[in-house]
Design a protein around this ligand. Structure first.
Ligand SMILES: C[S@@+](CC[C@H](N)C(=O)[O-])C[C@H]1O[C@@H](n2cnc3c(N)ncnc32)[C@H](O)[C@@H]1O
Length: 228
């Protein structure tokens, strides 16, 4: 399975002048919490999809609906951030998008994703707080289930800006409830700083069809601007 690099934290600075080649990624160690998280997802990897299926996981359908609305070009290079086992990539591929890159810090999850054969590249990395220039510039990034407590921290939202070209689209979900304010705050600040433009939010909806865990989430769509 082609997986790029060992355990990196990826965060390209939005003001990077000369992006490096993706093959020359600099390594940064992740904070301890991310290591524990990765170990947890590695252990869950083989059962993850069965569990999501049992609960009626709704994000793949809703993320792809948002992609259809905002990303017309089916050849656009799409980065699936926190791709996990590849559920979002699979749904995107079924919708006709075929230039997909997966990024996830869990090698176990990434192996499941690679087995699907829907991604052109598999990047074993975490979006984190450390500055890192990857040289990867995509037309859009999607992040499902990634920006939430114990996963990518609120500051990591800014890292997306270095991975998507100006004018490109970012689609992500934020859960409603505890911890949401910190993510909302950073998202608003990036808009106020003209780093991205807010395009659309869905109404809150149940993450799982059966209403498991009472989880509600919202999908937000942004366009990278970079200037006021
Ligand atoms: C709930 S799963 C969602 C997986 C997939 N997006 C889906 O919708 O099925 C969260 C994923 O985010 C990944 N993740 C956690 N922290 C991350 C970070 N800082 N950067 C990128 N991915 C991260 C985990 O390894 C895990 O695979």
């Amino acid at each position: 399975m082609p997986v790029d690099g060992p355990h990196h934290a990826a965060c390209q600075r939005a003001d990077a002048q000369s992006p490096l080649s993706p093959d020359r990624l600099a390594a940064r160690s992740l904070p301890g919490i991310a290591t524990a998280l990765t170990t947890g997802y590695d252990a869950w990897a083989s059962d993850y999809e069965a569990d999501m299926d049992r609960y009626g996981y709704r994000l793949p359908v809703h993320m792809v609906d948002a992609a259809r609305l905002h990303i017309q070009d089916r050849r656009a290079r799409l980065l699936d951030v926190g791709a996990g086992s590849g559920l979002i990539g699979e749904a995107l591929k079924a919708a006709g998008y075929d230039n997909l890159v997966a990024l996830d810090p869990s090698p176990g999850m990434l192996r499941q994703a690679a087995a699907k054969g829907v991604y052109r590249r598999h990047l074993e990395m975490a979006l984190g707080t450390a500055a890192l220039r990857t040289g990867l510039r995509c037309d859009a990034a999607l992040a499902a289930g990634v920006f939430k407590a114990g996963h990518a921290p609120p500051q990591a939202l800014a890292c997306l800006l270095g991975l998507v070209r100006p004018g490109g689209i970012i689609i992500l979900n934020l859960d409603v409830g505890e911890g949401a304010a910190a993510y909302d705050g950073i998202a608003r600040r990036l808009a106020a700083d003209c780093k991205w433009r807010f395009l659309k939010s869905t109404s809150p909806f149940a993450l799982f069809a059966g209403g498991a865990f009472g989880s509600l989430t919202t999908i937000h769509v942004f366009q990278v601007t970079g200037t006021c």
